[in-house]
Design a binder for this molecule. Structure first.
Ligand code: ATR
Length: 291
C-alpha cells in the first residue's frame, strides 16, 4: 500500500485535500491516500499549507479549481465555520450546533457545505471498540472543555446520553461550554474529578494531558464502575496511562486513534463517492506513519 497518490490519476481525477497551518503533521493525506488506493479511485488528496490570512481566498480557489472539497484543521476550523455562514453556503445541523467545521464539500454550483465530523468519529469509534456501550445507559464524565470536548459532548447528547458531567482545570470554560451547548450538563470542580467517576457509564479524556511531551493526567479510578467504558482522544501514545489504568482494573477501553480514522469517512464518501471502512490494515498503516 505504499506509494500514495499518482498511480490512478487521469484527467478526470477527483481532487480533495486538507488545509492547515502547518499541515505537515496531518495524517489525513496518508489516511485518504490509503483508501484511494484500496478502492482504486481516480482521485487525489493533497496537503494544502495555507496561512490564516489566506484561508478564505484559498478555499474559493479550490472551488474554482474544481476540487470536490477539503478537510480543515488547526487553526482554520472557526474560520471555516464563518465562511460557511456566508450567503450561498450551508452548514450541517451538527456543524451549526458545535460551531466549527472540519469538512467542506463543494457543490457543482460552487457552493460550500460545512460539516463537522469529529463527534461522528468519536461515536463510531466507541461503537466499534466497545460494542456493548449504550449511550442511554448512564451519565458520561468528560475531562476537558476545549474544542474536542465540544464535539464529543454534542455527539453524546445527540446519541441519547442522559447526562454529561463536565470537569475542566478552568471551571469558567466548562461553565461557558455547558451554557452554550445546553441540555443536561453538570459542571464539576477539577479537583473532584475522581469522586465524579462514581455511577458513570463512560469516561472520556479530551484534554491534552497524557500525550507524548505533555504532563500526565493524574486520575484515581477507584470510584469508577467496572462496566464503565474508558476512552481517550489522545492517541500518541496509543495506550495512555489512563487507558492502561482502566484496562488493568477490568474496564472496557477504547483508544483514540479510531476517532481520527472514523471522522474521515463522511468526507471521503462525499468527495470520492465510496463509503470507506476502517480496517486493521488502515490502523497499522497510520501507526507506521507516525514513527
Ligand atoms: P482541543 O481543541 O484539542 O480540545 P484546547 O481547546 O486547547 O484543545 O483544550 C485543551 C484542553 O486540555 C482544555 O480542557 C485544557 O484545560 P483549560 O481549559 O483549563 O486550559 C486542558 N489542559 C491542557 N493542559 C492542561 C493541564 N496541564 N492541566 C489540566 N488541563 C489541561
Amino acid at each position: 500500500m505504499e506509494g500514495g497518490t499518482g498511480m490512478m490519476i487521469t484527467g478526470k481525477a477527483r481532487l480533495a485535500g486538507v488545509l492547515g497551518w502547518p499541515v505537515s503533521h496531518s495524517q489525513s493525506p496518508r489516511l485518504h491516500g490509503f483508501w484511494l488506493e484500496q478502492y482504486g479511485v481516480d482521485g487525489a488528496y493533497l496537503p494544502l499549507p495555507v496561512a490564516p490570512e489566506h484561508f478564505a481566498a484559498a478555499v474559493r480557489s479550490l472551488v474554482d479549481l474544481g476540487f470536490r472539497g477539503a478537510n480543515v484543521t488547526v487553526p482554520h476550523k472557526e474560520a471555516a465555520f464563518r465562511l460557511c455562514q456566508e450567503q450561498g453556503n450551508t452548514l450541517t445541523d451538527r456543524a451549526r450546533h458545535v460551531g466549527s467545521v472540519n469538512t467542506l464539500v463543494f457543490t457543482a454550483e460552487g457552493h460550500i457545505l460545512g460539516d463537522t465530523t469529529d463527534g461522528f468519529g468519536f461515536i463510531e469509534n466507541l461503537r466499534a471498540g466497545a460494542p456493548l456501550w449504550q449511550a442511554d445507559a448512564g451519565p458520561a464524565l468528560i475531562l476537558g472543555a476545549g474544542g474536542a470536548a465540544r464535539s464529543v459532548i454534542a455527539a453524546l447528547q445527540d446519541a441519547g446520553c442522559p447526562e454529561i458531567l463536565l470537569t475542566n482545570r478552568s471551571r469558567a470554560r466548562a461553565e461557558a461550554l455547558a451554557a452554550d451547548l445546553g441540555g443536561a450538563i453538570r459542571v464539576i470542580d477539577w479537583e473532584k474529578r475522581d469522586d465524579a467517576c462514581g455511577g458513570v457509564s463512560l469516561l472520556v479524556n479530551t484534554t491534552s494531558l497524557g500525550m507524548t511531551g505533555q504532563p500526565a493526567l493524574e486520575s484515581d479510578l477507584s470510584a469508577l464502575p467496572q462496566s464503565a467504558v474508558v476512552t481517550d482522544i489522545v492517541y500518541a501514545p496509543l495506550e495512555t496511562a489512563l487507558l492502561a489504568q482502566a484496562r488493568q482494573r477490568g474496564n472496557p477501553v477504547v483508544d483514540g486513534l479510531g476517532m481520527l480514522l472514523h471522522q474521515a469517512r463522511p468526507g471521503f464518501e462525499a468527495w470520492f463517492g465510496i463509503a470507506p471502512t476502517v480496517t486493521e490494515a488502515l490502523r497499522t498503516h497510520i501507526i507506521a506513519g507516525q514513527k
